[in-house]
Design a protein. Structure first.
Length: 513
């Protein structure tokens, strides 16, 4: 009996000593306990000072592993958080520490040329990334006063886009269409065309196969584009939480460049998978489902992301972030929930059509449904001169061609317009990874308007186009330099181009003879 009393006294004394050694001063970090963990979602009790989007650290009981997570739900009795990475080491009863900061990701020039995950960790097998600065993934978009209207072109090098649906620096232009219609190809060509133009590119791959991204990175390397590109990858095998934060992380990296007066092009490939990842997380957090099982705040998900794309006034740094979000439709249904949401948020859309793709039109851009709400203010005077009526002509051609199928008796004017339209559609075709300079595009369209291709068979138009460009580069490359320098069609340029077209047409006739 006396032995047990002695043991009890010893325990009490030991507890007193331990309590006396504990500092009762308020700490910067609040503490919580993991109540449950399932499918990458943790429910946490405690953390009285927790805030939305705050980063928390989950420590295993034995102290061997620390796992980052982000708060996404604040309830009366518990906190819901998403685990940013693998959840294999997280167990019930693990200790949770609040950081008091919203989730931040590494930013800076050290990320350029690298393939990273949304948390800034390298995926390319190269050396670790050293960074001195980090930015919050969520950031309030610049206000109206800090912005400037979009008026500087962002050339994609794709004739059909630069002529009919021009993109300006600071614009948000949606690329929309069914799967396998060339949406990613358009975005990658736009990135390749930024070489030497002082534009940093951020390609955010959301829920994509790693093998596909490896192929894209190889192509970017081949064309020298990785020298100014950051690839942010949340793969198809990665948790939904990484797919959710990937576009916000990519935008934070772009905002660092923006704050330093730079111009950035961000591609989100694609936001359909982003919305699905958010739906998965929301349903696991027991948020009520709405239309198409998406939560009610899914519009806010993309609006707060795309609103961060802007062009700043020179007094606020003068940089720009141009966004090219990609949305995948099902059987061309643009009236579905996510497509209509993103269409209403962006400044226009490039609509890629499956039927056109199968007819051999590459890129398969539907001129009638594609639009740029910035319009000709995002074009050079050079392009404005020759591309003014092009979108209308392309749309009208499709209508006339469909009409002409049912009637052989058509008037000469309609037949002339159909023949012109056929050649226009051929001119708008373009190989992948072969972007053209603005002055080269303007030259081709000028030749079309001058009737240069009128006597050429439709099947030979593209061959004639390449031959003309090669001829101009050989005979008088200075005219292209002058066009680029002046940025408009002067009387001298038009006269010289007509001479060159006449000379080349004459040589072509001699070859035929």
């Amino acid at each position: 009996m006396s032995h047990s009393l002695h043991t009890t006294d010893a325990i009490i004394e030991d507890l007193k000593r331990r309590i006396a050694g504990v500092s009762l001063e308020a700490t910067d970090r609040s503490i919580g306990i993991v109540e449950s963990v399932k499918d990458g979602i943790v429910s946490v009790s405690g953390l009285p000072d927790a805030r939305m989007s705050e980063m928390i650290i989950i420590s295993s009981v034995n102290g061997t592993h620390e796992t980052p997570a982000m708060i996404l739900n604040l309830e009366r009795d518990a906190i819901g958080a998403i685990i940013l990475g693998e959840s294999i080491h997280v167990k019930e009863g693990d200790l949770v520490e609040g950081t008091g900061e919203v989730l931040r990701v590494p930013v800076g020039d050290a990320l350029v040329g690298r393939v990273i995950d949304p948390m800034g960790r390298p995926l390319d097998g190269k050396c670790p990334i050293r960074h001195e600065v980090s930015y919050p993934v969520e950031h309030i978009a610049p206000g109206v006063i800090a912005r400037k209207s979009v008026s500087v072109p962002l050339h994609t090098g794709i004739k059909a886009i630069d002529a009919m649906v021009p993109i300006g620096r600071g614009q948000r232009e949606l690329i929309i269409g069914d799967r396998q219609t060339g949406k990613t190809a358009v975005a990658i060509d736009a990135i390749i065309n930024q070489k030497g133009k002082g534009v940093t590119c951020v390609y955010v791959a959301i829920g994509q196969k790693e093998s596909k991204i490896a192929g894209i990175v190889a192509k970017l390397e081949e064309h020298g584009a990785m020298a100014y590109t950051i690839v942010v990858l949340a793969g198809a095998s990665d948790p939904a939480s990484l797919s959710y934060i990937a576009p916000y992380a990519g935008t934070a990296m772009a905002e660092y460049m923006l704050d330093n007066g730079g111009d950035v092009l961000v591609v989100y490939d694609d936001l359909s998978k982003h919305a699905v990842a958010y739906r998965e997380l929301s349903l696991l957090l027991r948020r009520p489902p709405g239309r198409e099982a998406y939560p009610g705040d899914v519009f806010y998900l993309h609006s707060r992301l795309l609103e961060r794309a802007c062009r700043l006034d020179p007094s606020h740094g003068g940089g720009s972030i141009t966004a090219l979000p990609i949305i995948e439709t099902q059987a061309g249904d643009v009236s579905a929930y996510i497509p209509t949401n993103v269409i209403s948020i962006t400044d226009g859309q490039i609509y890629l059509e499956t039927d056109l793709f199968h007819q051999g039109m590459r890129p398969a851009i539907n001129a009638g449904l594609s639009v740029s709400r910035v319009g000709s203010s995002a074009q050079t005077k050079l392009m404005k001169k020759v591309a003014g009526k092009m979108r209308l002509e392309a749309a009208q051609y499709r209508e006339l061609a469909a009409f002409a199928q049912f009637g052989s008796d058509i008037d000469d004017d309609t037949r002339t317009r159909i023949e012109h339209g056929k050649r226009l559609m051929e001119i708008l075709k373009q190989d992948q990874y072969a972007p053209l300079a603005d002055e080269e595009q303007a030259l081709i369209f000028f030749a079309l308007l001058e009737g240069y291709f009128s006597d050429i068979a439709v099947d030979d138009v593209r061959k004639a186009e390449h031959a003309l460009l090669s001829y101009i580069h050989t005979v008088d490359a200075d005219i292209l330099v002058t066009m680029k320098k002046e940025g408009a069609f002067s009387e001298h340029i038009e006269t010289r181009l007509r001479e060159l077209l006449k000379m080349h047409a004459g040589e072509r006739l001699e070859e035929r003879g």
